[in-house]
Design a protein around this ligand. Structure first.
Ligand SMILES: NC(=O)C1=CN([C@@H]2O[C@H](COP(=O)(O)OP(=O)(O)OC[C@H]3O[C@@H](n4cnc5c(N)ncnc54)[C@H](O)[C@@H]3O)[C@@H](O)[C@H]2O)C=CC1
Ligand SMILES: O=C(O)C1=N[C@H](C(=O)O)C[C@H](O)C1
Length: 269
């Protein structure tokens, strides 16, 4: 019987789910104890390794999250907003740390995480990579140093399967720029320009989204001023950066007091 923390992965057949299985398999600090997919998925009931086209892993894919979570000390969840809300209640019931990478959650959905966070640790971030979390801090600093002569635009690019826009990362960067300026993002956010939009409003923070091919995730924060431009950029070329960050969070959360945390807490930034 191993004493290493057990991890359950939800959405295990997905792009991030499969990457997490790989990264957990390479780690000597934890073990994979649960693999969850949605009911009706053809992986349910199969050995996870075989379903992935590799050697048996001895973990059967289940559509019963509570069963999987009850074996686990942490749940790593990169799925979809409503699924994540359901998992939050069940992870709290199992007293497992819930690491949420799912993006596209509305403010109302985020507020619905609160009851679960009274009983268990929830760590949620729109981007789990070290590089992006550093970029968030840099964005806050640059925005605080510049005045509204510099127009802020957040430009992001992702693969053609992505369903939400702006990306979770773009929103983190927009929030950081707004915080640096001492304003609320909701008051200055400018999304989806089309047609006769009128001139750009001073102080707005604009968002643009590109979707195409297999782009893993690219983010620019542009500060466009009179006679000069500053561009802060992060390019993700491998989803392993998100999976490693999520695993770090799952281990960091062990023994922490119930509540909501983010990657800044995990990384000490
Ligand atoms: N925070 C971060 O660092 C990152 C966040 N993401 C986010 O993670 C999410 C997933 O991304 P991908 O893996 O690319 O998507 P994907 O579509 O490849 O995978 C999602 C998986 O979740 C499963 N799923 C959906 N509902 C479910 C349910 N009720 N029960 C069990 N499984 C369910 C789907 O069947 C699918 O296998 C997205 O919201 C994405 O934006 C992705 C990469 C990094
Ligand atoms: O869906 C993705 O792929 C990604 N989603 C996250 C986001 O919405 O920012 C993080 C990363 O950019 C990849």
């Amino acid at each position: 019987m191993s004493h290493l923390p057990g991890i359950a992965v939800t959405g295990v057949s997905g792009r991030m789910g499969q990457m997490l299985v790989r990264i957990i398999g390479e780690s000597y600090k934890c073990r994979l104890v649960g693999a969850v997919e949605r009911s009706g998925h053809d992986w349910v009931g199969a050995d996870l390794g075989s379903a992935m086209g590799a050697a048996s892993l001895g973990v059967t894919v289940t559509d019963d999250p509570l069963e999987a979570f009850s074996q686990a000390q942490a749940v790593i969840d990169f799925t979809a907003p409503e699924a994540t809300l359901e998992f939050a209640g069940m992870a709290a019931q199992a007293r497992a740390v819930h690491v949420i990478g799912t993006t596209g959650m509305t403010d109302e959905q985020i507020a619905r995480l609160e009851p679960a966070a009274r009983h268990a640790v929830i760590i949620r971030a729109g981007n789990m990579s070290l590089g992006v979390n550093l970029l968030v801090q840099l964005t806050k600093k640059v925005a605080a140093a510049l005045d509204e002569d510099f127009d802020v635009e957040v430009i992001e690019a992702h693969h053609h399967h992505k369903v939400d826009a702006p990306s979770g990362t773009a929103l983190m960067l927009g929030e950081a720029a707004a915080e640096g300026r001492g304003v609320a993002l909701a008051d200055v956010s400018d999304r989806g320009r089309d047609g006769i939009t009128g001139a750009r409003k001073r102080g707005d923070i604009g968002f643009s989204a590109i979707r195409g091919g297999d782009i893993v995730g690219e983010h620019d924060v542009l500060f466009a001023g009179p006679g000069e431009r500053i561009v802060l950029r992060h390019l993700a070329t491998d989803r392993a950066i998100f999976a490693r960050g999520a695993l770090k969070a799952a281990l960091w959360g062990q023994g922490k007091a119930p509540g909501q945390y983010d990657m800044m807490d995990v990384l000490g930034l």
